[in-house]
Write a new protein. Structure first.
Length: 167
């Protein structure tokens, strides 16, 4: 009887382990659904070339948030990475403008216009203005969303701004 209980416990343990393993594996293999461009807050992570190679300078000393709103306006702000995403503080700038999705494009393009920014005391090492002036005004620019990542291409599609969704 003791051996039978031991065998039964071993078999139950194996079934539980295999079942849990399959459950974990299936969760890992599930693709992350694409976030929508509109209504998602995007946080700049890297300046990249289309091959996915990140600029070794990184994003600098300031983070940048971007938000495409349902009323066809875009909003954004910079924040000091050493403080976090608090509003205000040294080098905290806001920007905005209008946008429309280019329906004539098969590659997913966005047309940005009427862009504006404040330029308040950029902190040392900031790449905020480099980021802002990379946004291509008054022309359609390709973008791509994969899972929780957004790429906005610029400079003749030789460079990209890579964002991650924050929400």
């Amino acid at each position: 009887m003791n051996k039978l209980s031991l065998y039964a416990s071993a078999i139950v343990s194996i079934f539980l382990w295999v079942g849990c393993q399959r459950s974990v594996d299936s969760e890992i293999q599930q693709p992350v659904p694409d976030k929508p461009l509109i209504g998602t807050e995007w946080d700049l992570r890297t300046f990249e070339n289309p091959a996915g190679v990140s600029d070794p300078k990184g994003i600098g000393s300031q983070g940048v948030l971007l938000y495409f709103k349902g009323d066809s306006t875009l909003d954004g702000r910079s924040y000091n990475l050493s403080v976090g995403k608090l509003v205000g503080g040294p080098g905290s700038n806001r920007y905005g403008g209008s946008f429309r999705i280019d329906s004539d494009s098969s590659d997913g393009s966005v047309f940005m216009d009427s862009l504006f920014t404040t330029e308040v005391n950029p902190i040392a090492g900031s790449r905020y203005l480099e980021y802002f002036y990379a946004l291509p005004p008054r022309k359609a620019t390709p973008y791509k969303i994969k899972g929780n990542e957004l790429w906005i291409f610029y400079d003749g599609n030789t460079k990209a701004l890579r964002f991650e969704a924050t929400q």
